[in-house]
Design a protein around this ligand. Structure first.
Ligand SMILES: [Zn+2]
Length: 150
């Protein structure tokens, strides 16, 4: 499962009752993207929630794909956001705190930790392949990125 399958909407019940409809708890479930983040019920949300829902839509759902928001862009952008927080030196617990402040989302720190470990391992594999292929510059660039994540 991708990390984006393990990102949840905080105050899920409360938001669902404000919107007078139900949607899944998973933030990146198709119906959540449609109903909560792109829906017409925005006006029904309390101010603080509306602000965060709008921030999420602006930051992760601003692409022009025809299939949007089911095009994969929101997930890709969110993964980039997580990696950026890591590059700023945040650990899993702090990353969860920040996503909660920014977008009213939460995840289990253990899941964030596995995601970060996987990202580092993927970069290691890419680095090794580039090295084997004699692509020194690529290998070095990948190494720099990896060092920023550990
Ligand atoms: Zn897109």
């Amino acid at each position: 499962m991708a990390i984006t399958d393990k990102i949840y909407v905080k105050n899920h019940q409360q938001l669902a009752s404000q919107l007078e409809t139900s949607f899944p708890k998973g933030a990146f479930k198709g119906a959540t993207l449609d109903i909560l983040f792109q829906g017409e019920g925005l006006a029904k949300l309390d101010d603080a929630s509306r602000e965060r829902v709008l921030d999420f839509a602006e930051d992760f759902m601003d692409c022009d794909c025809q299939a949007a928001p089911h095009c994969g862009c929101p997930e890709r952008k969110f993964v980039a956001y997580l990696l950026e927080l890591r590059e700023q030196g945040l650990g899993p617990d702090a990353i969860v705190d920040v996503m909660s402040d920014d977008y009213m989302l939460y995840a289990y720190p253990g899941d964030v930790l596995s995601f970060l470990d996987d990202a580092v391992r993927t970069l290691e594999a890419v680095e090794t392949l580039a090295d084997v292929d004699g692509e020194r510059e690529v290998a070095e660039e990948v190494q720099r990125r990896r060092n920023r994540l550990v």
